[in-house]
Design a protein around this ligand. Structure first.
Ligand SMILES: Cc1ncc(C[n+]2csc(CCOP(=O)(O)OP(=O)(O)O)c2C)c(N)n1
Length: 591
């Protein structure tokens, strides 16, 4: 063989070697490489055959410090965990499921994230493309039970990847859609043979810039708002669930102009209920002081900030709010279209809108707007209602439990409140004595979709996102029986989560709702369950609380510092009527 021929053969061999090395990456590895690139820590899910290559890729990635799987006990729990993680970190979260029942189980959690605008990447498996339509096990593609179609209706973006070459494009599309223009879940359904296929590529996108949220502000509208603020005599600000990142600037302005402020239920966690200008929660289970503030005819300007004005956040589309005194400020067009009656819409990143208002004030040489001194300070919310049972040893009242629990929790605690009466009690009565500000807020509730059990998985995801803070999940016995198995994930992951179960042997919200509406008393009873025994069977420490005295004598410090979950089985006074009037009104049961 001549030297030239030898070189050519060697070159060919080397090229073949490089090609085979490049091809050693599976499509699933490319997907995981992108998760690594954007700093994903966990993939919440339940494994199964059709999604196995993703787990293989995660195992390879975890060995080099990449994201690792957290195995939930039910796929809805996985989506709730991803939701909790995203709320705590403000980052995109990831959940996954296998095809068939895995995907359908996931739906409730994904739908909840959709309705609550949580950025989430959702990955489901499918049988091989070559087998689709042949009755393959757990096939849920277009040819049968179509979980892709089901997930499509609760995702900002949803598609099946039908060729490995599509994966990168569709993944980037999904990741970007999960953030903008409105955050929410984006779904990729990936057949197992596509996940396994060899790819001759490494990530070609650098997402650090592409995924940065836009920072636009409608300057003309901000100027107009500033003019209106200067002319207004009395202002009320309604702070909504989208204000987490902007809360400092909003409160600075509120204080400068001495406006009264109220919050939607999902924004209570951003503020201190002891703030002197705070007038309470406006909306579901809220306070009469908040509706009074809104109803004050001397108020000539209402700033509604960062909320979609749904049933629970607008107090059932209350006309004292929805009128031409309203200025709606939001980055999200879908929210702004809910207020056609507004005198002004200010589109833009909320933080920047308030920064510009503050700058305008500063430039004008105004520390405060002149008429401020004349503005009445609204009365402070009363948070000292005792609601302690008159008789020693009588069942503990949920109102009392809420107040005491909030006051005794460390200042950096996060509270996740489940659907059911817990939501009403917490929105109305939970109050921290002191709290440390955080973007996600100290109290988190789910608006709109409100599935039972959300807070259980959500608490696990929150605790994984931030191991330095205690997490409290307030839930009902019905929700616990529906989703309580996720507590074992908190145990496996050694997470400081205190599960407070309002045990009333009933679907309490249903029971009280029927009573208040005069409906048939049916379908609400639950058997008595001793949740301390259930916790013991899981290896989780627990306490039974029957009365206020027992609660006072409980040493909560251990629960708030222990590296693992604790269960408080609280046998509450079942007869206390929750503040849920608004719900009945909008359901039409009560006029
Ligand atoms: C998945 C789901 N199913 C049904 C409902 C309707 N629902 C709302 S609250 C509630 C009762 C909750 O009972 P429990 O968890 O025991 O809490 P409680 O109201 O007794 O405090 C029901 C059935 C729901 N929100 N979510």
């Amino acid at each position: 063989m001549t030297e030239l021929l030898k070189t050519q053969v060697l070159k060919k061999e080397r090229l073949a070697q490089i090609k085979s090395q490049q091809q050693s990456i599976e499509a699933a590895d490319l997907l995981v490489a992108y998760l690594e690139q954007i700093g994903v820590e966990y993939v919440f899910g339940v494994p199964g055959g059709a999604i196995e290559p993703l787990y293989n890729a995660l195992a390879r990635s975890a060995r080099r410090g990449g994201p690792r799987p957290v195995v939930a006990r039910h796929e809805a729990g996985a989506a709730f965990m991803a939701d909790g993680y995203a709320r705590e970190t403000g980052k995109l979260s990831v959940c996954c499921a296998t095809s068939g029942p895995g995907g359908t189980n996931l739906i409730t959690g994904v739908a909840c994230a959709y309705d609550n605008e949580i950025p989430m990447l959702v990955i489901t498996g499918q049988p091989s493309l070559l087998l689709q339509g042949k009755g393959a096990l757990q096939e849920t593609s277009y040819a049968g039970v179509d979980s892709d179609a089901m997930l499509r209706s609760c995702a900002r973006y949803s598609t099946q990847v039908t060729h490995p070459e599509q994966l990168e494009r569709k993944l980037i599309n999904a990741l970007l859609s999960a953030y903008q223009p409105t955050p929410g879940p984006a779904h990729l359904s990936i057949p197992v043979n596509v996940l396994r296929s060899k790819l001759n590529q490494s990530p070609s996108y650098n997402l650090s810039k592409l995924m940065r949220p836009p920072s636009f502000v409608d300057n003309t509208a901000v100027q107009e708002l500033y003019t209106q603020l200067k002319q207004a005599h009395r202002v009320v600000v309604l702070i909504g669930g989208g204000c987490g990142k902007a809360i400092e600037e909003i409160l600075e302005l509120v204080e400068k102009i001495a406006a009264a402020f109220v919050v939607t239920p999902d924004a209570k966690g951003f503020i201190s209920p002891r703030h002197p200008l705070y007038c309470g929660v406006f909306g579901f289970a809220g306070h009469s002081s908040a509706t009074e503030a809104m109803n004050d005819l001397k108020v000539d300007l209402i700033l509604v900030v960062g909320t979609a004005l749904g049933e629970w956040t607008s107090n059932g589309w209350d006309e004292s709010l929805l009128n031409d005194r309203l200025v709606h400020i939001d980055a999200c067009e879908a929210h702004l279209m809910r207020s056609p009656m507004a005198r002004l819409h200010v589109r833009g990143d909320i933080k920047r809108v308030f920064m510009r208002l503050l700058t305008a004030m500063h430039k004008d040489g105004r520390d405060e707007i002149p008429s401020m001194g004349e503005r009445r300070r609204f009365r402070k919310i009363s948070d000292d209602d005792p609601y302690r049972s008159a008789l020693p040893g009588a069942p503990i009242k949920p109102q009392y439990l809420m107040r005491e629990l909030g006051w005794r929790a460390p200042a950096n605690s996060r509270f996740l409140i489940d659907s059911g009466n817990s939501t009403t009690w917490a929105i109305h009565h939970l109050s921290m004595y002191d709290h440390q500000a955080s973007t996600g807020g100290w109290m988190r509730v789910t608006m709109n979709f409100a599935p039972m059990g959300w807070a259980i998985g959500g608490a696990v995801g929150t605790a994984l996102a931030n191991r330095d803070v205690p997490v409290v999940c307030i839930t009902g016995d019905g929700s616990l029986l529906m989703n309580g198995q996720e507590m074992t994930v908190a145990l496996a992951e050694k997470l400081t989560v205190v599960f407070v179960i309002l045990n009333d042997s009933a679907l309490g919200m249903v029971k009280h709702g029927q009573r208040l509406a005069g409906a048939e008393p049916i379908g609400f009873e639950l058997p008595f369950v001793d949740f301390s025994l259930m916790a013991a069977s899981m290896g989780i420490p627990s306490h039974v609380v029957r009365s206020a005295e027992e609660f006072e004598n409980l040493d909560l410090n251990v629960a708030f510092t222990h590296k693992g979950p604790t269960v408080l089985d609280v046998r509450i006074d079942r007869e206390e009527v929750p503040p849920m009037g608004l719900r009945l009104k909008t359901l039409g049961g009560v006029t």
